[in-house]
Design a binder for this molecule. Sequence first.
Ligand code: N01
Length: 642
Amino acid sequence: MAISREIAPLPEDDDRIREALADAHLPSLLPALAQLTGDLTLLRDDLFPGTVVLTDPQGGLSPEAQEAARELALRTLAAWRDGGAPPAPALSREQARRMMDYLIGEHVSDEYLPLLLEELAFAETDARAPGWRLEEIAPGRRLRAVIIGAGMSGILAAHRLQQAGVPFTVIEKNGDVGGTWFENTYPGARVDSSNHAYSYSFAQKYDWPYHHSPQEVLLEYFRDCADEFGIRGNVRFNTEVLSAAFDDERCLWTVTVRGPDGAEEAIEAEAVISAVGQLNRPKLPDVAGLGNFAGAAFHSARWDHGAELAGARVGVIGTGSSASQFIPHVAGEAAEVRIFQRTPNWYAPAPNYHERVSGGFLWLLRHVPGYAQWYRFWLFWAISDGFLPMVEVDDGFRPGDEVTGAANRQLRDLLAGSLTQQLAGRPDLIEKAMPRFPPASKRIVVDNGSWPRTLLRDNVRLITTPIREITPRGVATEDGEEHELDALIYGTGFQASHFLTPMRVTGRGGVDMHKQWGGDARAYLGVTMPNFPNFFFLYGPNTNIVVNGSIVYFSECEVQYVLECLRLLLEGGHRALDCRRDVHDAYNERIDAGNLKRAWGVSSVPSWYKSESGRVAQNWPFTLLEYWRQTKTVDPADYALL
Ligand code: N01
């Protein structure tokens, strides 16, 4: 299937348009129409949507203002159609800024404007494409790349290398592309960011069936992207990377892989791009008796679809994002579910979490040029840097405090109020399910009420007594109770801080990557590290974001940076670049200090955001703008050029 980005002609029937407009997202529609017609008077003061709030899609417009906006849209669309549906006139920066100001309800500053223009990404533009080709800037130069992983980041890197004419091979351990969306097939798996923003900026899909689509839809999107970009032929499936070793003299990487037949093979490449992700090696709980259970036992990312859960007694260890998605489904068919919770979660209300995109809105996205881009832009802004103050640590914070500061308290009160309301009448459950730590200490789980509804079910029991051991019959807790089970599911997350395990990677002088890290993965911009020339990480150390933005955005920035690194090599006639130790160390000091100003950095609750030492090795603590700026170009002074 192709990614649908075709715009269909508007029908003659105005009633059809009127009908669709009933479902319109109005704040993004009027800028789209202003752009389409070049008529900025459409951005009327009386229809000004106000500040962007995710839970208030119509931006606080009164019902009368909404009706007026729909009438205006109808007249504008009909006139545009009757005028022959001409293409939109060229958009100047100032016009774009005016539309953005209107849409987000605040003035877009000069520093954000270039980033936002890039993110708008109209169909015919791809501002993050390399803009150079190997044969043009370095004719005859040999540059081959190995990409490890064909998930979201790997597909993207492959596409960009292809655009630049750099030969590449992708090594993928699974039988298909898609990474996390290929592996996580548990019931209820869906994207918890808004789907229209969780997609490549340059390959937007207009017909997402849900606001947060289920796993199979995401997998289909990434499959379609791989097909459309024409990169599948370069992927070696069912093949695992065992090691990568740098040869100092030849300035060359040898990547050793094991193919589907078990045979090992060495592949030489001038550059290696790791796109293995952070969340793909399942972590089993460190509890006594693991493996003793006699019934079906499996991890959420290795779902056993043959296990008979209907009518069974099912135990679940863990209550993170994965478990919060599959437990409601399991509870719907099991005889009983016992949830073993070590730490509760904060739940962020997302009313449209399970909702289909309404028919009229879908229709408008397909029929109004530019509308999908402006809607994506609205979402981008809604989940953007404006959230950061809510997770900031104020000066007065003391370890153990339940909030990190004034803005964090506001967030806490909102989330606590929502949970209390949803569990009203059950003080026992409120006591167990209410976190006593600052929101964003660990991942805030997205929910539309399905979690509290599940806890309230007669066949569900939330157990907070610590686990003593796993027995052949079930799970024994420290209060002496043995919970007899037919099946046990581990929703216990991933070995996120064990970057690139179990691969062995050796750099200059044979230095081992994991030994150099000493248990705490660090990188410069999350992409390069000293002693590992031309080895690039995507979604590497400190590139995960907690409350602002999407991982796709980060990958796009990272890949752009990698391509700029390659361009630097080619244009300068260098063989490799090696990150300078002082640059790397100073950068990481800043990152560490930044994370200590965020809730996840100061909180003592367990989370996958920290390595065993307690250092936050996963998260980016600053703004999206700052990461974009730092990865836009490469400063040659940051590197030893070999
Ligand atoms: O894993 P987790 P996850 N005894 O590490 C518990 C992304 N994701 O797979 O909090 C008892 O969050 C552990 O307890 P505690 C998303 O970024 C995205 O759910 O450590 N319990 C916790 O409850 C997410 O954050 C999406 O005390 C034990 C749970 O296991 C990330 O993946 C969907 C234990 C692990 O939670 C990981 O989520 C799903 C023990 N010994 C995931 N050990 C979408 O976008 C661990 N736990 C849709």
